[in-house]
Write a protein that binds this ligand. Sequence first.
Ligand code: ZN
Length: 117
Amino acid sequence: MSACKHEDSEERVWLPSRNHLIRLHPHCKHCGIVRNSSADIGKEIGYFANSLSRLREFLNRRGFKVSRVQIRMVILEFEKRGLADKYSVPFSVQRREFARIVRKYFNIPEETVMGFI
Ligand SMILES: [Zn+2]
């Protein structure tokens, strides 16, 4: 996980935005990562950890055991890939990638995961 406490730079960089127009984007003056300036704002890791707890309860009630290790692997991979960085990652991307990671470690369909995020 990035330890950087992102702060906007004075100057902006020209980059394609989500609607394919070239726009000026703020970026972090310390690490250089580009800020997500869309309305699709990312969430903190706690949000996804809560989703995971609710999903785990749901699966437990249906007789599927989810171990602490599986939970930990999901959170670790999410953080390691920089997805917990809400400064730069939009929620739609976090949600999609989170569902993929959970599928990988829990072996359940992404749609099931999506219902909990
Ligand atoms: Zn930074």
